[in-house]
Design a protein around this ligand. Structure first.
Ligand code: BT5
Length: 249
């Protein structure tokens, strides 16, 4: 219900021309007791990816973080990462860019055999096992950015590079947030939408986690975001948070 997922209250937007990290700022706001804020920046000077990796965030991107306080157990929070991936995929497609989702948190554009990274998502949270205190969903979109200014090894792309012209960032951000807000209030619908855009399902993959490597066919996704893999020795389930790398085989 709307109340359960905390949709009732309006959101405010805090805009920065330049900031170290919108996620760090949103976490600080959470620590001050704030909720329902979108922190948005044109440039980040200390953007972060998962596992403390760097996230390059030159001027022209859409770098944003959504802070909210859903009434859900901690274990359900990964569904918000999936919701963000679906939201940004829909907004990209509306902007004419055929994006797809690579589990767990990348939005990519396929060029022949290579997949180029358009978006990264970083979800952070704090709270008790039975109820999160806050969730920050950080979404980094290479919007009007030259991929030559991004790290090569990541095979980056951008909305402007794919379209051949800049995107209206205001309109794009608005559509992205509308979709995200609708999805985060209706977590049951997220998985079906996610499957529709997934590039990972039906493929042979190798997933590395801190404790093991799992190889097999990615057959499905499970609430709140785990990947189901059929291996030679049976079905394995890898949670999104455990994934360090996923490679197609
Ligand atoms: C992610 O990490 O993909 C999550 C990125 C989240 C960024 C957003 S921006 C708003 C908010 N504020 C923050 O500080 N963060 C969030 P991961 O899966 O760990 O991927 C990181 C890797 O992607 C790096 O090691 C690089 O190889 C590559 N990379 C870095 N910057 C990139 C970019 N702009 N585009 C494509 N790839 C990039």
């Amino acid at each position: 219900s709307a109340v359960e997922y905390g949709l009732d209250a309006p959101f405010s937007v805090e805009y920065h021309d330049s900031i170290p990290s919108t996620n760090a700022r949103a976490r600080d706001l959470a620590g001050e007791g704030t909720s329902n804020v979108v922190v948005l920046a044109d440039e980040q000077t200390g953007g972060r990816g998962r596992l403390d990796r760097d996230w390059h965030s030159p001027s022209g991107g859409v770098w944003l973080s959504v802070l909210f306080r859903p009434d859900v157990p901690m274990a359900h929070a990964p569904v918000f990462t999936l919701a963000a991936a679906v939201a940004v995929t829909r907004a990209a497609r509306e902007a004419g860019v055929e994006a797809g989702i690579k589990w767990p948190n990348d939005v990519l554009v396929r060029h022949g055999d290579t997949e180029r990274k358009l978006v990264g998502i970083l979800t952070e949270m704090e709270g008790e096992a039975d109820r999160v205190s806050w969730v920050v969903v950080g979404i980094g979109v290479n919007a009007n950015v030259d991929p030559a200014d991004l790290p090569d090894e990541a095979n980056p792309t951008s909305l402007s590079a794919e379209r051949g012209e800049p995107v209206d960032r205001r309109l794009f951000t608005q559509r992205l947030l509308e979709e995200f807000h609708a999805l985060r209030q209706d977590p049951e619908s997220v998985l079906d939408a996610w499957r529709e855009y997934a590039t990972t399902l039906g493929k042979q993959v190798r997933v590395e986690t801190p404790s093991r490597t799992v190889e097999g066919e990615a057959v499905d996704i499970q609430f709140p975001g785990a990947l189901v893999i059929e291996t030679e020795s049976g079905t394995e389930i890898v949670s999104a948070g455990d994934c360090e790398h996923l490679r197609p085989l």
